[in-house]
Design a protein around this ligand. Structure first.
Ligand code: NDP
Length: 304
């Protein structure tokens, strides 16, 4: 039994843990299946205050984790597979078959990559289809790759992949990007990166074992074309990791945990949420960290 169980180890979870431990609470973080969360799959972070030089997502999360551990936070390498919030103490069951009891819970499970939803994407996942440029980019040294999407992730991935690949083609369904202007400028000026505008991926083509190309459709004139590539990185956004909270917490139509206005309180008293799992708008490392702080303060006040 701990005072506060935190589910998730990204910026929200780690910051919540640091604040809760400093308030004198016993705290356990259930690390989840992606220790450190999504930030560990991004390349360089240039907009986290306090780091004037770019820092890798992995290093930033290693530091947050160490800071939490230095405060006495217990990190548990487990993945929560079901929760019982019907009575207190709350009980969360891990894949390890361990039952974790706590007086309060902070849900900080973040979000996972969205996929296009075409069958060939599943068929070739790990054989040329990826959602993680920093994990898999190295395998495409001197190859031709495509990145799908027009947000910060897609643009960052394209620039990162251009370090290894022979060529990078960014394919976007509209004629303008939603990524930050500074990132757009770097992308547009990069000699190895081309952009195909107004186009959707209709199919991922392969030889049965590996990806060899893409079938594209122009959304303006419906024209079909194909593009030979060795790998495709899907960077079309994220969806909240809330499967285990269905029917346990109030969720929005898009699956985000609903919290009360100006609070991290969920629909169950004593259960709080922070970070990308409840934020469809800002979704930044720094806003997640701030949100984690708020959840720890709310949980501490609840326990008091
Ligand atoms: P976004 O939601 O910002 O962008 C998703 C992109 O994918 C959009 O361009 C969207 O197109 C496109 N898209 C969505 N669905 C489809 C589909 N089915 N087919 C084709 N294209 C599709 O997601 P990101 O992951 O890029 O970013 C998420 C958040 O994380 C943002 O707030 C971003 O700012 C932040 N982030 C910040 C970073 C940083 O600060 N260093 C780095 C990475 C992310 P359309 O534009 O037409 O909607």
């Amino acid at each position: 039994m701990v005072d506060i169980l935190i589910i998730g180890s990204g910026p929200a979870g780690c910051t919540a843990a640091i604040y809760a431990a400093r308030a004198g609470r016993s705290v356990k973080i259930i690390v989840g299946d992606q220790p450190g969360g999504q930030l560990t799959t991004t390349s360089l972070i240039e907009n986290y205050p306090g780091f004037p030089e770019p820092i890798s997502g992995q290093e930033l999360m290693d530091r947050m984790r160490l800071q939490a551990e230095n405060m006495g936070v217990n990190m548990e390498s487990d993945v929560i597979k079901s929760v019982d919030f019907s009575s207190r103490p709350f009980v969360c069951l891990g894949e390890s078959s361990i039952f974790y009891e706590s007086k309060a819970v902070i849900v900080a499970t973040g979000a996972g990559a969205k996929w296009l939803g075409i069958p060939s994407e599943t068929q070739y996942r790990g054989a040329g289809v990826s959602s993680c440029a920093t994990c898999d980019g190295f395998f495409f040294k001197n190859k031709d790759v495509a990145v799908i999407g027009g947000g910060n992730t897609a643009v960052e991935d394209a620039i990162y992949l251009a370090k290894f690949a022979r060529s990078v083609t960014l394919i976007h369904r509209r004629d303008s990007l939603r990524a930050e202007k500074i990132m757009q400028k770097r992308l547009l000026e990069h000699p190895k990166i081309n952009i195909i505008w107004n186009s959707q991926v209709e199919d991922i083509i392969g030889d049965g074992t590996r990806v060899t190309g893409l079938q594209l459709r122009n959304v303006l004139d419906n024209g079909e074309s194909s593009k030979a590539i060795d790998g495709v990185f899907i960077a079309i956004g994220h969806k909240p990791a809330t499967e285990i909270f269905r029917s346990k917490l109030d969720l929005s139509d898009e699956g985000y945990v609903i919290t009360k206005a100006c609070s991290t309180q969920t629909s169950v008293t004593g259960v709080f949420a922070a970070g990308d799992v409840c934020d469809p708008i800002y979704r930044q490392a720094i806003t997640s960290a701030g949100h984690g702080c708020m959840a720890a303060l709310d949980a501490n006040q609840f326990l008091e």
